[in-house]
Write a protein that binds this ligand. Structure first.
Ligand SMILES: [Zn+2]
Length: 255
């Protein structure tokens, strides 16, 4: 396919600042592609006002665990070892269906890619373990990239969760644990968030360049599907490269 346009949508002031830098990074990678940033006219928070009760949206006190991969958001309170502040979560595929209404028919061809950057926690339900998992990216038309899910999705170091679980026995505070592990995971005010978010935008673009497959098994490659914050920081910040195969694909179809 010939990629011609990438439309980036920001849902808030926060994502709007981030998107200016993400757009500049994408321009370096795709100099011939027409990039633009648009405000999202659809406010996802309005979806949580109780008027949509079709079961796709949940108000939940989320709990974050480590299961050797993505952190997960449990429904029950019995797994509240690693609790985070109460917040709304939303089903990513439901949100994607709602956002598909923003795409103008004139821009619905495959040479137009639409990516929404949201500041709501986006999750998908896993039938295997009956839990919600934070999903940084839902690919499609439009693709949805969730900033909170980038922070909460890929797991932090195992030692971080261990110390949080044992903090009373160890007589240390959460703040001390945060300080000890500072830098090992991305936070909301982290300048590395620009590069990490750029990486997810690149995955959203490759979803279309590579027949619906945004990920790569090569490590490092910016398309590597990071389940750990350590992997995310390495593939998007420390060594942000595309593997040979994906560089070839980009040269063939991306410009
Ligand atoms: Zn690759």
């Amino acid at each position: 396919m010939n990629l011609s346009y990438v439309h980036l949508y920001s849902s808030s002031l926060m994502t709007s600042f981030l998107l200016k830098e993400v757009s500049a990074n994408l321009h370096e990678l795709l100099p011939l592609v027409d990039l633009d940033i648009r405000p999202l006219t659809f406010d996802s928070k309005n979806l949580l006002d109780g008027t949509h009760k079709d079961g796709a949206i949940n108000h939940a006190s989320c709990t974050i665990g480590t299961d050797g991969g993505n952190s997960n958001l449990g429904e029950s309170k019995d797994s509240s070892k690693y609790s985070c502040p109460k917040r709304a979560i939303i089903d990513g595929f439901y949100l994607q269906r709602i956002y598909s209404r923003i795409i103008d028919k004139k821009e619905s061809q495959l040479n137009h890619i639409h990516i929404v950057f949201d500041d709501i926690l986006v999750c998908t339900y896993d039938e295997n373990d009956k839990r919600y998992h934070a999903r940084p990216i839902i690919c499609g038309s439009p693709s949805v990239i969730s900033i909170p899910s980038i922070i909460e999705g890929p797991a932090k170091p195992k030692g971080y969760y261990f110390k949080q679980m044992m903090k009373d026995l160890l007589c240390i505070s959460s703040k001390e644990i945060e300080n000890e592990f500072a830098g090992t995971f991305v936070t909301y005010d982290d300048p590395r968030l620009v590069q990490v978010t750029t990486g997810y935008a690149i995955q959203a673009i490759f979803f279309f360049l590579n027949n619906g497959n945004p990920f790569c098994s090569q490590y490092p490659c910016r398309l590597f599907n990071s389940h750990w914050q350590e992997e995310l920081i390495y593939t998007q910040v420390i060594n942000p490269v595309l593997c040979k195969e994906h560089l070839r694909l980009l040269a063939q179809d991306g410009n």
